[in-house]
Design a protein around this ligand. Structure first.
Ligand code: AIR
Length: 256
């Protein structure tokens, strides 16, 4: 049997040639996180993370496709792989923020958790050697990384993704503080359009649990809303996409 061709390997995923021209297979590893955001730092090499991110990304991308926000997702193939459309990825990380946290809080001195007056869309130039610096539309257009028209489309897509994800998360007691997406180009004949690529999972979302933990002793809430414990398993469970017998717990688990 011919070995399939690896097209790309990143920290959290591997891309292989797909079965049809214009398709790729996206494989989710357990290792790695794609950011140093504290909310995801527990994720390094946790058993089952790849399986859960495969399900979660399928869930979000399918939802986006169904409301007319185009994504690269075609279908999930197995526990760790999904079939996606090949796209030419813009060299940008697009971050949408609803609440102050992370870089925004550090750089601008806005206390973590502050509700922003409107969603803020930021761009980072994707280059690991430069640690992906924040850039303005001016840089992007001047250096030809994307056109002004592309950026207008990117903002419109990013805000639709934000509304969708925020609503879905709110429905399960989770606040979407911010997230990062990647956008790619696909051609249909002479017509080009932009679609959401990469993945949507806890690895690129900052999620806060809004369900206070109740102390069984006196019935009083014991914790303020904060980062979600065991975020991959817990989010998958709340959204109803937790495969049986898969959690990312590093501890041995009983399988029945
Ligand atoms: N992000 C940024 N680079 C890679 C990723 N995954 C995501 C983080 C966070 C958001 O972008 O997961 O949700 C903003 O991160 P920061 O560090 O800029 O505050």
């Amino acid at each position: 049997m011919a070995r399939r061709k690896k097209v790309y390997e990143g920290k959290t995923k591997i891309l292989y040639d797909g079965p049809e021209p214009g398709t790729l297979i996206q494989y989710f590893k357990d290792e790695g996180i794609s950011s140093e955001a504290p909310v995801t730092s527990e994720a390094k090499g946790t058993e089952g993370k790849g399986v859960l991110n495969n399900r979660l990304s399928e869930f979000f991308m399918t939802g986006l496709n169904s409301i007319g926000v185009p994504t690269h997702f075609i279908k999930r193939l197995n526990m760790r792989e999904q079939l996606v459309r090949m796209a030419e990825i813009l060299p940008l990380e697009v971050v949408v923020r609803n609440f102050a946290a992370g870089e925004l809080s550090t750089k601008l001195g806005i206390p973590e958790g502050t509700a922003l007056p409107r969603p803020i869309v930021e761009y980072y130039y994707k280059d690991d050697r430069l640690s992906s610096p924040m850039v303005a539309e001016e840089h992007i257009v001047a250096f030809g990384w994307a056109s002004q028209q592309d950026l207008d489309d990117v903002v419109a897509l990013a805000l639709r993704v934000n509304d969708f994800l925020s609503g879905v998360m709110m429905g399960v007691g989770v606040r979407l503080a911010d997230f990062r997406i990647e956008v790619g180009r696909v051609w249909e004949g002479d017509y080009m359009r932009l679609i959401i690529a990469d993945e949507i999972s806890p690895d690129n979302c900052r999620l806060w649990d809004m369900r206070p933990v109740i102390d069984r002793g006196d019935g009083q809430p014991v914790a303020e809303p904060g980062p979600m414990a065991d975020v991959y398993t817990e989010l998958a469970r709340r959204l109803g996409v937790l495969p049986t017998n898969v959690t990312h717990s590093p501890k041995p688990t009983l399988i029945n």
